[in-house]
Design a protein around this ligand. Structure first.
Ligand code: GCW
Length: 717
């Protein structure tokens, strides 16, 4: 029987006010709601919080509710109003439990219910779920709803919600040295050398922020893995982090380097079929669970970009994944095996390689293996068609990998609100199980009997005081979590929620900032890689233009992807070219094989076309390219005066920071446009497009720009 107790919450929220304007508090600021807000103007609406049950997770919920309500409601949050009862349903007082229990039967373990019980004299509020973690999620949802106005004091029907995806996971591409693979907002937040003695309070704030949006899993280390993290010293350190995250419902995972048995185990092979290797992993995994009883499992990058893997021994990806899966299974752990594999030794279009490699293995993986597939087949470009593996492996759980950090979208400098990108891939119709078989439905497992569902995001979090470098890019962490919880949420709603919690309810801010956010990703596409162009960024750090990049591995150059010549531009992936198109459903093949019917956004992804190819609007392709590049620049240019108009409405510190970033973005958007257009112009004799402003400099100038020490550049570590 569950022990039930009553916690009276007596915490203060002083700490979070000291640094109120530097962005540290993310969307958990809890600034006072306006006096006209129904919860503020009527002192009888909200009384004190009473928590039923006892656990670290319930304490976290109590603390958050107290901090949140004190901040939002000020002195209206008192003891005279309706009490707020929070706790798992089994611990609630009988008169409350009896009124809500039947509504919970269809909720999963992480779901919650929020209600006001008008028929009881005190008109109490209740936040409950089957489990403590549901209560915590409900607490965050309640605080969010107070701010965005989606809850009313008269609410007649309970609010119910639950995650549609099981594993909602951040992937930190963080090294043990605290450098990061692609993050531009400081160092890794994991202070390995300080651990396990000093556990930074930042881990708890990280956990709070994640729990507030439903993230329930985190991989602490880079997929380009270091076996040292599996040594005893580091397992003790990992365990200290896991302890800090656990109350917030977050499970800890690590990346496993496939050659670890050799590097830290002293074996002379890592062959997955070798009994000695199997024994080593079994023992290692038992050891991990002694330190971290609820360890989540491993994320593995194998036989990709120089990482070791089963193919080094002539074995398949399934042999490799199953080796780890078998050792993790007795503990309930899972393996997340990445499908991001390609090699320049294979001359087949890189777009096709992951599909070719993995689809024949459908059904060969253990049940506790998830194959993690990037949203597109190349690599987190500003726009890609969805990855053709989605829908092609019905017997295998496919997890979606998104990139929150903006490796190819202007790093932590350019504003690109990514909810529309995430939404685009989730809503993409694969037609693999008839109309409506979207990527989101496939990940959820709607067309298969798989046991796991997952959405992962490569984190943009670093040690910068505001966590994400650009103050507005906190929204991408937020959007990721919300969409992993509910892949059906519209970007517009996510933007609205985030602005309410980050900048308050001032209408002027909403009317100005929301359109900026919503159009920003498209603007980046247009000034950098419009019309299906891709992979035309600078070498190494990937920041800024580099359409001229050639030499070395072809699949790491720009010329491999844009194929510009005197004849035209674009990658022919139709039947006359690489035929990557054949990896998609017949319906899409028909639509996309014809330059007249393919969505213009994907045109040059699949087609190589002459510079004077006529576009539907009567312009030539070259003029249309000019128009797109210019439109991207114009959109960014329109933001500065809009943002400046918000000066009286936003605190000086955040306002100034964003203002200088927008100025820089405009300058660099012009550079991207001019670098690409002057470069592409060098292939043909058509005049500079009238649709675009002339370039400020000649091609040599753009080619000579060399950015030193761009953060998040693994080749400089
Ligand atoms: O293209 C690449 C990035 C690498 C990254 C890789 C991957 C972790 O440039 O930095 O390595 O994607 O996803 O594995």
């Amino acid at each position: 029987m569950l022990r039930s107790s009553l916690l009276f919450v007596l915490l203060t929220n002083g700490f979070f006010q000291i640094f109120a304007e530097d962005g540290y508090d993310l969307w958990l600021r809890y600034d006072a709601l306006p006096e006209t807000h129904a919860f503020v103007s009527d002192a009888h609406v909200m009384g004190s919080v009473q928590v039923h049950g006892s656990s670290d997770t319930l304490e976290a919920a109590a603390s958050e509710l107290h901090t949140g309500l004190s901040g939002l409601l000020g002195t209206t949050y008192n003891h005279v109003g309706s009490p707020l009862h929070a706790g798992p349903v089994a611990s609630l007082p009988a008169e409350i439990r009896d009124r809500v229990e039947s509504r919970l039967t269809d909720l999963n373990d992480e779901g919650f219910l929020i209600a006001r019980l008008h028929d009881l004299e005190a008109k109490p509020w209740v936040i409950t779920g089957q489990r403590d973690i549901g209560v915590l999620y409900g607490a965050f949802a309640f605080l969010r709803s107070l701010q965005d106005g989606s809850i009313s004091t008269h609410m007649a029907e309970p609010m119910l919600d639950q995650p549609r995806i099981q594993h909602r996971m951040l992937n930190h591409w963080d090294n043990l040295t605290r450098t990061t693979e692609r993050v531009q907002s400081g160092q890794s937040i994991w202070e390995w050398f300080q651990l396990p003695d000093y556990v930074s309070p930042r881990y708890r704030d990280y956990a709070r922020a994640n729990a507030s949006i439903g993230v329930n899993a985190t991989v602490l280390t880079n997929v380009n893995a270091n076996a040292v993290v599996l040594t005893p010293d580091f397992l003790v350190k990992t365990s200290a982090i896991a302890d800090a995250l656990r109350p917030y419902g977050i499970q800890t995972y690590l990346t496993a380097r496939f050659s670890a048995p050799m590097e830290i185990g002293g074996l002379d092979t890592a062959d997955p079929l070798d009994p000695g290797v199997q024994a080593w992993w079994n023992a290692k995994i038992n050891e991990i669970y002694q330190h971290i009883p609820d360890f989540g499992g491993f994320l593995v990058k194998a036989n990709s970009e120089g990482q070791p893997g089963p193919q080094d021994y002539g074995r398949s990806h399934a042999d490799g994944a199953n080796l780890l899966a078998d050792a993790l299974a007795p503990h309930g752990g899972i393996v997340i095996w990445r499908a991001f594999v390609y090699t320049h030794e294979n001359t087949v279009d890189r777009h096709k390689q992951a599909y070719d490699e993995f689809v024949p293995l459908d059904g060969a993986f253990r049940k506790n293996v998830i194959i993690q597939v990037k949203n597109g087949a190349i690599d987190f470009m500003p726009r890609e068609p969805f990855h053709p593996m989605f829908g092609a492996m019905p017997h295998t759980p496919l997890g979606l990998e998104l990139q929150i950090t903006q490796e190819y979208l202007g790093g932590a400098i350019h504003l690109a609100f990514l909810a529309p990108l995430f939404e685009e891939v989730l809503d993409a119709d694969t037609y693999t199980s008839g109309e409506g078989s979207t990527v989101a439905r496939i990940i959820e497992g709607a067309y298969s009997d798989v046991e796991h569902s997952m959405i992962a995001g490569v984190s943009n979090i670093g040690t910068d005081r505001n966590w994400t470098g650009h103050p507005l890019l906190q929204s991408n962490w937020y959007a990721f979590g919300r969409l992993a919880w509910d892949p059906g949420l519209p970007s517009e709603q996510i933007a609205t929620e985030w602005i309410h919690q980050t900048f308050g309810s001032d209408e002027v801010i909403h009317q100005t900032l929301k359109p900026m956010l919503l159009e920003s990703r498209e603007a980046v596409v247009e000034y950098s890689m419009p019309l299906g162009l891709h992979h035309i960024m600078a070498r190494g750090h990937h920041y800024g233009p580099g359409p001229w990049v050639e030499g070395g591995r072809p699949d790491w150059t720009s010329v491999y992807y844009h194929q510009a010549s005197s004849h035209g531009i674009g990658f022919d992936r139709t039947a006359s070219g690489s035929n990557a198109l054949e990896q998609y459903s017949k319906t899409l093949q028909e639509q996309w094989s014809d330059p007249q019917t393919i969505p213009v956004e994907l045109l040059l992804w699949f087609h190589h076309l002459p510079w004077d190819h006529p576009m539907p609007n009567g312009l030539t392709l070259w003029q249309e390219m000019g128009r797109y590049y210019q439109r991207g620049v114009d959109t960014v240019r329109s933001w500065l005066p809009q943002w400046q108009s918000l000066k009286p409405h936003i605190d000086a510190q955040r306002h100034h920071h964003v203002e200088v970033l927008l100025k820089r973005q405009e300058r660099e958007a012009v550079e991207y446009k001019d670098a690409c257009l002057t470069y592409f112009h060098s292939f043909h004799d058509h005049p500079w497009p009238k649709t675009a402003e002339p370039a400020e400099h000649g091609l040599d100038y753009y080619r000579s720009i060399h950015r030193h020490h761009v953060p998040g550049n693994p080749s400089e570590h």
